[in-house]
Design a protein around this ligand. Structure first.
Ligand code: PHE
Length: 480
């Protein structure tokens, strides 16, 4: 039932709002900003370790298929909702269906939670930039370096606050002069850097104490070859779930960010083409990150080194940089600079989404809104950063792991809320307003929407069911 009567009469032609005063100057600005949000620590740190853990090429294959089906559906929905309503999540969902206003509020809560810890991770990266700038390469390679840093109250809060203020400065400067400008510079630079480091990683060779020589190209084979070892149905489902939750996180969908960015695009932009470009950018960087990290770790530490999991980026990689004769310091600096660019553009998108929702609801101006939020989130970041020292806790999470404050925020926002939100918004789009509501927006101005058949099936049937399973799994109800 396509109930278009939920459209307020004030909407533009056919219920499409006209473009807002502030926004991206054009398609490139939008794609760079959205890719800036999508490409973040998830691509650099989480994707490679999941690939290493989940059977290399097998994970990559599953990930690619899911990106171009699930990822595409969720990204299209968010961006089209944003552009069609011209509003941010809270008001956008209320406009789609007043009864579903709660979904807008729920969606808004995801960036509200993520913002409490994203600057803390950005701060960790910034700390490593300083390490390599000041030539403390060997120091960073020590086992205890990372732990000493995050458990030092003064150090960890200092860097979190620096990163928070950088983010705030960009948001303070607005959509066009802040976000678009910085994404247009940082994203291409980041891409060049990651390609260069990935190529360099493939040229590495190292002979260890036992006399075994390993090369970067062998590492690449380890990364790309599908491993079916010990593959059971249960394990396959686990890999599917890992890939699925990684896609959410990586594409920044179901948290209102892409709704906000979508609300800033002009009506003449080709939404469908932009979405494909964002997907390619995000997936490309994830693949390159694996191509850079897995061979480097393999060359210096062998297959065993890849089991490091989450500590791959902050503990294993510095060791690799320290083992590289001469060049290590520069490669380390390039790597963490690139990571900082990726994290900064993501952090900006989170703060922007919160600020844009607040401005819309409280009718406030950008500058005072940004300043208030900055004060609030500087305090929140300090608390989360202190979660490894003064406020140290050991919290059992439903997935069986023990986490600190940061992990708790991450778990609630990503593992728990995102599948739930995706499920509900797929039901809203598929069954309440109807998929045509989205399709019309993508096709606005006579544009092509080549995969609309796929979109319809995905949003009505596949997404709700799979998200429900994912939600049960992360809530600890279903135990795959
Ligand atoms: N998409 C980002 C990444 O892959 C993560 C992110 C999540 C960014 C939530 C903003 C908000 O790292």
């Amino acid at each position: 039932m396509a109930e278009h009567n939920t459209q307020p009469a004030a909407s533009g032609p056919k219920g499409h709002h006209s473009h807002k005063k502030h926004g991206f100057t054009g398609q490139i600005g939008f794609v760079m900003a959205a890719a800036g949000s999508a490409v973040g620590v998830g691509n650099l740190w989480r994707f490679p370790y999941l690939a290493a853990k989940d059977g290399g090429g097998l994970f990559i294959l599953i990930y690619l298929i899911l990106t171009f089906t699930f990822g595409f559906t969720l990204l299209t929905s968010d961006i089209a909702i944003g552009r069609r309503t011209g509003k941010n999540s809270i008001k956008a969902y209320a406009e789609m269906s007043p009864k579903w206003s709660f979904l807008g509020i729920l969606t808004f809560l995801v960036p509200v939670l993520i913002m409490t810890y994203y600057a803390v991770i950005g701060g960790w990266i910034t700390r490593y930039i300083v390490v390599y700038l000041t030539d403390q390469n060997q120091l960073a390679a020590q086992d205890s370096f990372f732990t000493d840093f995050i458990t030092s109250p003064s150090q960890s809060t200092l860097y979190a606050v620096i990163f928070m203020l950088l983010t705030a400065w960009i948001v303070f400067n607005g959509v066009e002069k802040g976000i678009e400008q910085c994404s247009k510079i940082l994203m291409p630079v980041m891409l060049v850097m990651i390609v260069a480091i990935a190529i360099f990683a493939l040229t590495l060779t190292h002979t260890d104490e036992a006399g075994v020589t390993r090369t970067g190209l062998q590492g690449l084979a380890v990364y790309l070859t599908p491993s079916f070892e010990g593959l059971t149905v249960k394990r396959f489902l686990q890999i599917l779930l890992d890939a699925m939750s990684q896609i959410f996180f990586s594409l920044s969908v179901s948290m209102g960010i892409m709704i906000t960015y979508g609300s800033y695009i002009k009506k003449d932009v080709d939404v469908n083409a932009s979405i494909h470009q964002i997907e390619f950018f995000d997936t490309g960087v994830a693949l390159l990150a694996g191509m850079m990290i897995i061979p480097s770790i393999f060359v210096f530490e062998g297959v065993e080194g890849m089991k490091a999991g989450p500590s791959l980026m902050f503990i294993s990689l510095p060791k690799v940089f320290a083992s590289m004769p001469n060049l290590g310091r520069f490669v380390g600096l390039a790597f963490f600079l690139m990571a900082a660019f990726a994290a900064l553009t993501s952090c900006v998108s989170v703060l922007e989404t919160i600020a844009a929702n607040c401005m819309e609801i409280f009718h406030t101006k950008r500058k005072p809104t940004t300043i208030s939020l900055t004060l609030l989130y500087t305090a929140a970041s300090v608390i989360i950063a202190l979660g490894y020292s003064k406020f140290y806790v050991e919290l059992p999470l439903p997935n069986g792991s023990i986490g600190q404050l940061l992990d708790l925020m991450d778990y609630i926002s990503n593992s728990f809320m995102m599948p739930f939100i995706s499920m509900l918004s797929a039901i809203l789009i598929g069954w309440v307003v109807g998929p045509d509501w989205i399709v019309e927006e993508v096709e606005y101005g006579g544009r092509k929407f080549g995969l609309k058949g796929l979109y319809r099936v995905m949003i009505k049937y596949v997404v709700p069911v799979i998200m429900f399973i994912l939600f049960l799994q992360s809530a600890g109800i279903l135990n795959i």
